[in-house]
Design a protein around this ligand. Structure first.
Ligand code: ADP
Length: 300
């Protein structure tokens, strides 16, 4: 099937250490990573766009070019002359990775401030994807209008997909985060949480409790990722579980959840059953965690 998808959020410049104090530059971000994998997985003829705001400088140009090279459409991306893209550096100490961010004034914070541009980016979409990071980084006064725009797209036939991706440090306090995540999930048809986060932030006792909490908001389909543990899913009355393939050599779990989302969405939209779809997501994520970086070459 063909269709028109848009993923919305922030893509950042990634500086990853190579050797002797040198870094290599990449581009990544949760919702962008999912778009990048979707562009690989969806049948020819499907549009996969990214919607964000970037600067007008050369680095922003290179980010846009990188997206295009990955098959991700960039025609709706806003360009703001007074801002630029956010950046993070990966620090390696004793084999442990940590991340340092510069995103406080990034252009992406303003992605929902031009209501007309946002509405236009949503026209004619069969699927719209966003995350808890999207909600966290956009200016607080834009959040309600952003969710209304998604509601409108949903009313026009778009399937809305939400990954809660809760990052406490992006939020002023835990209650604001929980309230906003709950409001965002309430406009979604498909919610793709990760159990460790929902356990930590909402006190869910098990993945079934996570499913029940989102379903109580009216969400039809909930898929609960769980690292190396069993994935639980429910869509309407259909329930499924899948035990991920055991990966012996986990190299880098960056984008495990993002790639899972793409594998799941592509399979489900292609008409696969719930269990097969979570298996596809898991198999893609299992490939991704065996390589360094968020965006890795994948086998079919
Ligand atoms: P996130 O990256 O959002 O925290 P998870 O850690 O839950 O998400 O991982 C997402 C998916 O990636 C899991 O549901 C699983 O399919 C796969 N995955 C992650 N870690 C492993 C692992 N160690 N072994 C096998 N599969 C894994």
């Amino acid at each position: 099937m063909t269709g028109s998808m848009v993923s919305i959020g922030e893509c950042m410049v990634e500086m990853a250490p190579t050797q002797d104090g040198l870094y290599s530059r990449g581009f990544a971000g949760d919702t962008f990573n999912t778009a990048w994998y979707l562009a690989r997985l969806m049948p020819e003829g499907t549009t996969v766009d990214y919607y964000t705001a970037v600067g007008t400088d050369g680095l922003s140009d290179r980010m846009i070019a990188f997206m295009g090279d990955g098959g991700v459409g960039t025609s709706h991306i806003r360009r703001l002359s007074d801002r630029t893209v956010g950046l993070y550096m990966i620090e390696l100490a004793n084999g442990e990775r940590s991340f340092i961010y510069w995103r406080g004034t990034s252009a992406a914070k303003r992605l929902a401030s031009d209501r007309a541009a946002l509405a236009e980016a949503l026209v004619g979409r069969s699927l719209v994807l966003f995350s808890g990071i999207t909600m966290a980084i956009i200016d607080a006064e834009d959040r309600d209008a952003f969710l209304s725009a998604l509601q409108t797209a949903r009313g026009n036939g778009a399937t809305i997909v939400f990954d809660p991706n809760m990052r406490a440090r992006l939020w002023p306090d835990a209650q604001t985060m929980r309230d906003t995540i709950t409001a965002a999930a309430s406009v979604a048809d498909i919610v793709l949480p990760s159990f460790d986060e929902d356990q930590r932030e909402f006190g869910d006792t098990d993945p079934q409790a996570t499913i029940a909490r989102y379903r109580a908001l009216g969400v039809g389909c909930v898929v609960v990722k769980n690292g190396a543990g069993v994935v639980y899913a429910q869509d309407g009355d259909e329930m499924a579980t899948f035990e991920p393939v055991a990966v012996k050599n986990v190299v880098d779990t960056t984008a495990a959840g993002d790639s899972f989302n793409a594998g799941f969405i592509a399979a489900r939209l292609g008409g696969a059953g719930l269990r097969i779809s979570i298996e596809k997501g898991s198999r893609l994520a299992a490939q991704v965690v065996q390589k360094r970086g968020a965006l890795v070459d994948i086998a079919d």
